[in-house]
Design a protein around this ligand. Structure first.
Ligand code: 2BA
Length: 110
């Protein structure tokens, strides 16, 4: 049995969730925040049999898009011979999805 964590963009979370549940998977949705951008994303927890992992990952991948996002970046510049910090925007690619698969020692519903 495996536990899958999937971190997806908040804008894709509805499509990912709808299609996982439509395919019969049990899902827990967590409201999370990316440490780098400090903006909201969504983390799904899905616990299921080993042989289901590929299907689950395919569904997540199908409904998670890659995005370019501009964020402020700290950069040092030299103006008139003086070194000083300046904030210049940088672009990063976010997603489609960050997926972590772990082994589960025990799964219980009490
Ligand atoms: P954030 O931490 O907000 O990161 C958003 C995007 O910023 C990342 O996209 C990546 O392109 C860039 N980025 C993140 N940390 C960086 C760094 N130290 N230096 C330069 N660029 C950096 P993704 O890689 O697609 O990640 C999307 C979200 O997935 C992340 O949001 C974070 O919430 C999660 N994540 C990604 N990798 C992770 C990891 N190894 N462990 C835990 N969470 C992770």
């Amino acid at each position: 049995m495996k536990l899958i964590y999937a971190i997806v963009n908040r804008d894709d979370s509805k499509a990912v969730l709808t299609n996982l549940t439509k395919s019969g998977y049990y899902v827990t949705k967590l409201a999370t925040t990316g440490g780098f951008l400090g903006s909201g994303n969504t983390t799904f927890m899905i616990c299921d049999d080993d042989e289901k992992v590929d299907d689950i990952v395919n569904i997540i991948s199908k409904y998670s898009r890659k995005r370019r996002q501009t964020v402020p970046g700290d950069q040092t510049i030299i103006m008139e011979g003086v070194t000083q910090p300046a904030v210049l925007p940088i672009e990063v690619t976010v997603g489609g999805a960050t997926v972590i698969v772990t082994d589960v020692a025990k799964f219980m519903k009490l």
